[in-house]
Design a protein around this ligand. Sequence first.
Ligand SMILES: [Zn+2]
Ligand SMILES: [Zn+2]
Length: 121
Amino acid sequence: MNCVGCGLGAGYNRAVVDTIHDTEMGGFCFRCEEAEFGRSLDRGDWTASGDCAFCDRDGFYALPEWKPYCEEVAGRTVCKVDYRVTDETLRFCDEHFVCLHESAKPQDAGIQTRDDPRLRE
Ligand SMILES: [Zn+2]
Ligand SMILES: [Zn+2]
């Protein structure tokens, strides 16, 4: 599973799920999460509703964390990692998801672009 930000292997940090179509779009790696948000995603309380973490629009995209768990299978304990999308899962609206998609590129960190069309208006 590749990271939606940098395109590299996402590891078991967060998955990215389209909650409308119920499809897994990829992952969000620890490096991108830290570059973009630091530890704030971990510390925030996203239990309020199904809204976007950054605005009050509907949160279409969920970023559940991968969690290790163990289960008994035929008398043996088997440990796995899995994620679950619940009401408490961090969510982004389409607009904020695009930001995450485009800005979470660690190699671009620190480069200031002056070609932003919004600055020319
Ligand atoms: Zn990444
Ligand atoms: Zn939003």
